[in-house]
Write a protein that binds this ligand. Structure first.
Ligand SMILES: Cc1cc2nc3c(=O)[nH]c(=O)nc-3n(C[C@H](O)[C@H](O)[C@H](O)COP(=O)(O)OP(=O)(O)OC[C@H]3O[C@@H](n4cnc5c(N)ncnc54)[C@H](O)[C@@H]3O)c2cc1C
Length: 425
């Protein structure tokens, strides 16, 4: 079903083309349209068909890398503002997020994070074992403590970005679904148009917010970014007693209370890396991340190696990987999810008997330092890349989009953009 009610007339020109209808692309189109800038968003499949509807729904400052924390603080404000502008209920609420610590090592990690970010206004505190028990409604001192952020929020991913897209259309953006962008054209070194599967759109600037597809798109025009992707599996349950209003993260299971009274649950310390040719190119850049997270990483060498995210090149008049895969829908791992469900029940014994209603997979785009790229390549003036949100972009997406719009419009940025430069790799 289309997120934006009716198919608009195909536009032959605009000011800005946004590639990708995830949270970054949609918020970029929304903020531009609010400022009266003509904008066309092209989405190869459906709005928020990929990561932006498949995520856990956490909007968190807790545990963020210090380099992106200020942007997340700004993004949290944007979430509140956007929610008040929408006519639809997207399940947004400030309900708190808690990371429990079962071991000394986990507790020390939280303490060390609090020391690293002491100059930021994040609102996170360390709870004692007793306070953690009270929060989780248990009394057996299973946990040594927890990192608790009462001001962190959550929203329903299946509702939020489609509602934002509808609002963007209401304020003047054009949104085209099932419209893959194949290439970006230049005239005299400046961006002049994009070639889509439905025709050409003349424009002055392009924002690439293609999520896990951004690297593939860029390689075809000779730009190389160290972006890879990992698969994650998620489940949702039938309605059950409320054991927590917001979300709880533990090593074996993370859960969020849903608007429908069920829970979204996943295993926190697990991701599957599907080897593709780009992995060899970027292996050394990713080595420190792999070294840190090898325990939680399952490496899979399979048919994905030759798949659409593998080594592909095309011309603007040829079918691209984006048309071959309208919506990336990876198979979830049932064994992993059954085990995550058991861990969630162990975390909250009142959830005994919890029933799975749906499972799904999602492909998460990751950068070697798990911080996004928001930048304009030197040789490509007018092409702004906003990608690599590394598994926590639902929360920071509006902030990233705001920064992109400020950059395009020459406005003072909410945070220093140097942190997000491509040149850091
Ligand atoms: C299982 C899972 C759990 C997560 N949990 C959380 C969480 O709790 N909190 C959090 O903050 N983040 C979470 N994330 C991460 C978050 O969902 C992403 O970081 C964020 O949604 C990325 O947004 P995006 O707009 O960059 O990309 P996407 O949402 O992936 O959107 C990119 C879009 O671009 C389109 N596209 C690509 N190439 C083209 C092209 N050439 N032409 C047209 N369209 C194109 C794609 O079809 C896609 O719809 C999770 C992700 C997953 C998968």
């Amino acid at each position: 079903m289309s997120a934006v009610s009716q198919e608009p007339k195909f536009p032959s020109q605009t000011e800005i083309v946004v590639i990708g209808g995830g949270i970054v692309g949609v918020c970029t189109a929304l903020f531009l349209a609010e400022q009266g800038v003509p904008v066309v968003l092209c989405e190869k499949g459906r709005i928020a068909g990929e990561q932006s509807s498949r995520n856990w729904g956490w909007i968190r400052k807790a545990g963020r890398d210090a380099r992106e924390l200020q942007l997340m603080i700004e993004s949290a404000k944007l979430w509140r503002e956007i929610d008040t502008k929408l006519d639809e209920d997207i399940g947004y609420g400030i309900r708190g997020i808690t990371y429990v610590a079962r071991t000394e090592q986990e507790l020390q990690k939280h303490e060390s994070w609090l020391r690293d970010v002491e100059n930021f206004d994040h609102g996170s505190v360390l709870l004692s074992a007793q306070e953690t028990d009270r929060l989780l409604q248990r009394n057996d001192r299973q946990f040594l403590g927890a990192l608790h952020t009462a001001s962190d929020a959550s929203a329903e991913p299946s509702k939020a970005v489609p509602a934002m897209a509808r609002h963007a259309v209401d304020v003047g953006a054009t949104i085209l679904e099932k419209c893959a962008v194949r290439s970006v054209e230049r005239t005299a070194g400046q961006i002049s148009s994009v070639i889509t599967e439905k025709g050409e759109i003349a424009c002055k600037k392009v924002v690439l917010a293609g999520g896990a597809w951004s690297r593939t798109f860029l390689e075809n025009i000779g730009i190389f970014i160290p972006q890879l992707a990992v698969k994650s599996s998620v489940l949702r349950t039938a309605a059950a007693p409320e054991v927590v209003a917001g979300a709880v993260g533990a090593t074996d299971a993370s859960l969020r209370r849903r608007q429908d009274g069920g829970y979204t649950i996943a295993r926190s310390n697990h991701a599957e890396f599907q080897v593709i040719p780009a992995a060899f190119r970027h292996f050394s850049t990713f080595l420190p991340t792999l070294w840190d997270s090898w325990r939680m990483m399952k490496i899979r060498v399979g048919k994905e190696f030759f798949g659409p995210m593998g080594h592909q090149r095309w011309k603007p008049d040829q079918i691209t990987p984006f048309e071959m895969v309208r919506v990336m829908d990876p198979k979830p791992d049932p064994k992993l999810l059954n085990s995550a469900l058991a861990s969630a029940i162990e975390l909250h014994p009142r959830l005994q008997g919890l029933q799975i209603v749906e499972t799904w997979g999602g492909l998460i785009d990751v950068m070697p330092d798990e911080v996004p790229i928001i930048d304009e390549p030197v040789n490509w003036p007018g092409l702004i890349i906003a990608t690599g949100l590394s598994g926590h972009g639902f929360g920071i997406g509006p902030g990233v989009a705001k920064l992109v719009v400020q950059y395009i419009r020459g406005q003072a940025p909410i945070v220093d953009t140097k942190t997000f430069a491509m040149g850091r790799f």
